[in-house]
Ligand binder design. Structure first.
Ligand code: A2P
Length: 340
């Protein structure tokens, strides 16, 4: 798909956004073999300079006239409209497109990949597009995969506590501005979210369907079944936006196929690549968003039996949504494609 070479041309569509900035850091940290970088954003950011791997790269305005000649990889994290327009076009032109939107995730001819869980799906990319999951699905499937392999998973009930960075840079700014306003006894306003997010939480992510589910809840269920290749898996989700800047947390209840003691579950989870079990209630050790911020791993704690059902297990999972939930997962996929 991509010819082996010493360096690759990588385009980032949405380079100035919360995920785009993180992608630059991760390309640098992981020494991704770059020949050059092409950074794209809207007109308002054109001309800005960003640094990566010791060089400065100028941001270009993304337009229908933009040329992508010579580009090997396009990492897209901008808007759904941009994914739709450029994902399709660049994939057809032979660029490996790694897309962070929900536009292609459920399409049968687009793999939806978390490399630690289903890297094998990368062998078939007929449209040149691979999607990365929603930033809450990724840590969920990383926690479920070792349990599924060992004893089977029948039903999952998940409640998420999602930071504002999942909405983007403007939402992070809004949380900080509202907090400063309120701490200074000033009136504040909500622009990104329908209600004030500071000192509050919103049980609403995405749009509501006729049944009252949020689109985020529907995505989690469908994406989890696709990645785990478990079409009959029962999954129900409640997604909540919380006044946290970074990291998504999830309370997960699992009905397993066979009995599993919490210690056995901890051992299985600890053996999963990319997972750290951080779980010692006696020492008040459990993962929190501030611990996981800037970290690559998915942290799991509060592993305990749910005695209200047969073979029930409760977990608490925290992961940096901008890293494993988005930019890191995308770069890991590019590394996988490079390795062949
Ligand atoms: P810009 O910073 O110029 O607005 P976030 O998810 O943090 O809000 O980031 C969204 C990213 O998508 C930013 O890099 C933003 O660029 C980019 N973007 C948004 N709308 C457009 C557009 N119409 N054309 C190109 N890039 C866009």
């Amino acid at each position: 798909m991509v010819k082996k070479k010493s360096g690759y041309v990588v385009a980032i569509l949405g380079a100035t956004g919360a995920v785009g900035k993180e992608t630059l850091e991760i390309l640098e940290e992981r020494k991704f073999p770059l020949a050059s970088l092409r950074l794209f954003a809207s007109k308002r950011s054109a001309g800005e300079v960003m640094s990566c791997q010791g060089k400065e790269w100028k941001v270009e305005e993304l337009t229908t006239e933009s040329s992508f000649a010579g580009v090997d990889f396009a990492l897209i994290s901008a808007t759904d409209a941009i994914s739709r327009e450029y994902g399709q076009r660049l994939g057809a032109a032979g660029v490996v497109v790694i897309d962070d939107s929900g536009v292609f995730r459920m399409e049968a001819d687009v793999p939806l990949v978390v490399p630690e869980v289903n890297a094998h799906a990368l062998t078939a990319m007929p449209r040149g597009i691979v999607s990365i999951p929603n930033c809450t699905t990724t840590p969920l499937v990383m926690a479920l995969k070792p349990l599924q392999d060992a004893v089977g998973v029948k039903r999952v009930v998940v409640t998420t506590f999602q930071s504002v960075s999942g909405t983007g840079a403007a939402a992070m700014e809004e949380l900080m501005t509202q907090t400063k306003d309120l701490m200074s006894f000033r009136d504040t306003k909500a622009e990104v979210y329908p209600y004030q997010i500071a000192f509050n939480l919103l049980p609403h992510i995405g749009s509501f369907n006729d049944g009252g589910d949020c689109s985020e809840e529907v995505k989690i269920a469908r994406e989890t079944r696709k990645i785990l290749e478990a079409p009959a898996l029962r999954v129900t989700a409640t997604t909540v936006r919380v006044p946290v800047l970074r990291c998504h947390s999830e309370a997960i209840n699992v009905e397993l196929g066979r009995p599993l003691k919490p210690n056995e579950a901890r051992a299985l989870l600890a053996a999963m690549p990319g997972v750290i079990v951080y779980d010692d209630p006696a020492k008040k050790l459990y993962p929190m968003p501030l611990d996981a911020t800037g970290k690559d791993e998915v942290y799991i704690g509060r592993v305990r039996e749910d005695e209200s059902i047969t073979n029930g297990l409760n977990l608490w999972v925290v992961s940096d949504n901008l890293r494993k939930g988005a930019a890191l997962n995308a770069v890991q996929i590019a590394e996988h494609v490079v390795r062949g």
